[in-house]
Design a protein around this ligand. Structure first.
Ligand code: ING
Length: 308
């Protein structure tokens, strides 16, 4: 058995004028609750340090204060220090502005020793680039972020861990590319408005689609999935909460029940992933060899099951 206690650290709204220090205090409070409940890994939402600023369209120069130019930075060092003191790993979503001036929506994984395991750059950047007047509110992520181009996995927390951000979770490739690399635990943060201007008929299905994609992704790749929201009514926009921890069976084993700051915890056995990876979803045995070989050539990762 490879037991790991994971916490989904859901956040409620972050106001546009809420300072980093105030937000980090909330992250610390969630980490302390998670720690008291035995958590070894705390998963925060997408863009967990600021309001979801792509709901407005502004000049990039006016948006710079929403980005982090270093991590940890002056306001977040205390979070890294507390995590290290507690011996807890965490995954933090934020907007990154690199020294070269490139802008990414990232997920930053830190292990129990306080070392950075990896930084994932959101691949599927939804919404639009230019201001679109017909919308009730903007979703201008394509104005603010460049796309990443890979779904890497890392050996961490005694397993194989991958990350994805928000819209990524809706696309089957996200889970499959990580699944082909043996991912056993996939961490996902999201900010999902409950109103979708391009097709409002989807509004009533927001919770269903959220669960559908993460339960399917988990089951079809024999992996645990942790999906963590920043929910509630943030600057007038109501966003989906319902953070959850999903088993490789597709079953939801923990879920948040409010739309605010809330911790949901589960102790998972990473060996349980083999129950699906080595039976029903034994890629090497059941997939058409040529297709399987082509995909492993594409990902460059050969995966006979015994290697997982
Ligand atoms: N948000 C949304 C998401 O994929 C969206 C975009 C909103 C899609 C509403 C569909 C409906 O969950 C982000 N940040 O990707």
């Amino acid at each position: 058995m490879r037991l790991l206690t994971v916490a989904a650290a859901q956040m409620g709204p972050i106001a546009a004028d809420e300072g980093r220090e105030a937000v980090v205090d909330r992250l610390l409070a969630l980490m302390d609750i998670a720690s008291e409940r035995g958590a070894e890994l705390v998963v925060y939402p997408e863009l967990a340090l600021t309001t979801f600023f792509p709901r407005w369209h502004m000049e990039l120069s006016e948006a710079n204060h929403y980005y982090e130019t270093e991590m940890p930075g002056p306001a977040t060092k205390v979070l890294f220090d507390e995590a290290k003191r507690l011996g807890i790993g965490f995954c933090l979503g934020y907007a990154s502005l690199t020294a070269e001036g490139r802008r990414f929506n990232v997920y930053h994984l830190v292990d129990k020793t306080g070392e950075t395991v990896g930084i994932f750059q959101k691949v599927h950047i939804p919404g639009h680039d230019e201001y679109e007047s017909w919308r009730e509110f903007q979703h201008a992520e394509r104005h603010y972020f460049e796309p990443g181009d890979d779904f890497p996995v890392w050996r961490a927390f005694d397993g194989i861990v991958g990350m994805a951000i928000c819209n990524d979770r809706r696309w089957p490739e996200t889970y499959r590319v990580m699944g082909m690399q043996g991912a056993e635990l996939i961490l996902i943060g999201y900010n999902t408005p409950l109103h979708y201007d391009p097709d409002p008929t989807q509004n009533a299905l927001a919770g269903f689609h959220n669960a559908l994609v993460m339960q399917s992704g988990a089951y079809q790749n024999g992996a645990f999935v942790v999906g963590v929201a920043k929910g509630g009514i943030e600057e007038g926009v109501d966003s989906l909460a319902q953070s959850m921890i999903v088993a490789p069976s597709g079953q939801i084993i923990a879920q948040c029940i409010t739309t605010g700051d809330e911790v949901a915890v589960a102790t998972i056995d990473l060996d349980f992933t083999k129950t699906y990876k080595h039976t029903l979803f034994d890629f090497a045995k059941y997939r058409v060899p040529d297709a399987y070989r082509r995909i492993t050539e594409q990902t460059g990762v050969e995966l006979p099951p015994e290697k997982i």
